[in-house]
Design a protein around this ligand. Structure first.
Ligand SMILES: C[S@@+](CC[C@H](N)C(=O)[O-])C[C@H]1O[C@@H](n2cnc3c(N)ncnc32)[C@H](O)[C@@H]1O
Length: 446
């Protein structure tokens, strides 16, 4: 219980597993909740199912199973389950939670994705996988001619978790970047059964700005690693290559130093792909919670006239390093819920993976209320069972539209459990009763 209160869900799951006795409904429900928080959706569903075998009308088990199904993108199934509960028998506080979930999942049921194929997808399969740089031993920041050093990489999802699913689809390519052939490989880079690999590299040509890169193929997103040379900011520990249809760019990452703000998340990649299909020419753009700033940089490269890329103050130096050569992008601190934000008006606000911690739901909604813009485009991976509260907070003042762009799961390497939304401020004068918050549709005119 203590571990749960402290938010230490890994320990909490272990504790509940250790104390679980056959038929212990309370313990199963607790472990189910912890597993939802850990994103272990399939295991959470197993716990809920075990409770429902013992108590078929246990509405907490139904609710938690629906949350876990929602995490897997199985919205239809989740709504069906929730609708089967007789709300009249629930405490009033819980009726509201059920209604919110039904409304949220109901809005997420997207005809393009809601078929047998998408239901069969497991989250591990639809997340973007990458080759991550292994920080041990630390990469050199300057290299001498003939210097030999070790590089380590591992295959993992956005949290660095390994899955054997994609092992047979990976071919490792290792070379220097952007000028090939400036390094010599001493060992053959081959991933072991756990998706890990270490190899030695010798520098055979001197240049202070080149980088060694390690690239996967098949379903793997390429990730650049191991920046070498004087251009790398001291806090950067790896780089990531972002490939758009007609151009590519790199961003430094600094996850060790900056935590979540220091790395690129799948939602950013999905949002960049989406924005590529839109006309951003001459648009002004603001990015909130930018992390590496990749989405804002992509907007700048796609023709936006001016892009303001923002995050917490400690993340701004990383953004500044990443936009060093991009004239139409600027970095600035912007802390949600702490006005004044900016005096400027924007055509578009972009944000990816910014709704994950309930503590910041209200500050983010306050920020969206305080800013002046035409449209927000938001890419979101569902992570927290309480996130319906964020949707609830938007309901009165904002119109939320789920964007369907016709892409199916996994197409073009997209992490298709990442949903895309358009948010607009509702016009106060034309307030109508009973406007649905969720709809499917396109995003005209962006
Ligand atoms: C999960 S990361 C996503 C980063 C980036 N958008 C991406 O998709 O790669 C969440 C980002 O929100 C930022 N953030 C969190 N709380 C914030 C706050 N109160 N004000 C401003 N930014 C915040 C974090 O620093 C972090 O960069």
């Amino acid at each position: 219980m203590e571990a749960f209160r402290c938010g230490d869900y890994v320990r909490s799951e272990k504790e509940y597993s250790a104390e679980l006795k056959p038929g212990d409904v309370k313990c199963l429900l607790n472990r189910c909740l912890v597993r939802i928080r850990l994103g272990k959706s399939s295991e959470a569903i197993m716990d809920a199912d075990e409770v429902l075998l013992i108590e078929p009308l246990n509405w907490k088990a139904v609710y938690r199973k629906a949350c876990a199904l929602g995490q897997l993108g199985k919205y239809c199934e989740a709504v069906h389950l929730l609708k089967g509960v007789d709300l009249g028998k629930l405490p009033s506080s819980d009726i509201q939670a059920f209604r919110c979930k039904m409304s949220m999942f109901g809005g997420m049921v997207n005809k393009d994705h809601d078929d047998e194929e998408s239901i069969a997808f497991a989250p591990n399969k639809i997340q973007t996988y990458g080759l991550h740089f292994k920080g041990y031993p630390a990469p050199p920041t300057m290299v001498e001619m003939d210097q030999v050093f070790r590089v380590g990489v591992f295959l993992g999802n956005e949290f660095g978790l390994f899955s054997p699913l994609l092992m047979n689809k990976v071919d490792l390519l290792v070379n220097s970047y952007p000028i090939k052939g400036m390094i010599q490989l001493i060992d053959e880079p081959v991933l072991d059964d756990h998706g890990r690999c270490e190899f030695r590299v010798r520098v055979v040509s001197v240049d202070t700005t080149f980088q060694i890169y390690v690239q996967g193929s098949g379903a793997i997103e390429p990730i650049l690693s191991c920046p070498i040379g004087s251009i790398s900011p001291s806090m950067a520990c790896s780089c990531k290559l972002i490939q758009m249809t007609n151009q590519s760019f790199q961003v430094y990452q600094s996850a060790g130093e900056l935590g979540i703000g220091g790395k690129l998340w799948d939602s950013a990649t999905v949002l960049i792909r989406f924005l590529e299909s839109r006309d951003l020419k001459e648009k002004t753009v603001l990015e909130l919670g930018a992390g590496t700033g990749a989405v804002g940089i992509a907007c700048a490269l796609l023709g936006a006239s001016d892009v303001l890329i923002t995050d917490l103050p400690q993340v701004v130096p990383l953004i500044s390093a990443n936009i060093a050569n991009i004239l139409n992008a600027h970095a600035s601190p912007l802390v949600w819920g702490i006005p004044p934000y900016t005096e400027r008006e924007f055509d578009i606000v972009v944000m990816s993976d910014v709704v994950y911690d309930p503590e910041f739901y209200q500050p983010l909604v306050d920020t969206l209320r305080g800013l002046e813009y035409d449209t927000v485009v938001w890419a979101h991976r569902s992570r927290h069972p309480d996130e319906y509260l964020f949707f609830e907070m938007l309901r009165d003042e904002f119109a939320l539209l789920r964007i369907a762009d016709g892409q199916r799961n996994g197409e073009n390497g997209t992490a298709s459990d990442v949903a895309r939304y358009q948010i607009k401020k509702k016009k106060k004068k034309k307030k109508k009763k009973g406007i649905g918050v969720f709809e499917n549709g396109g995003i005209p005119g962006l």
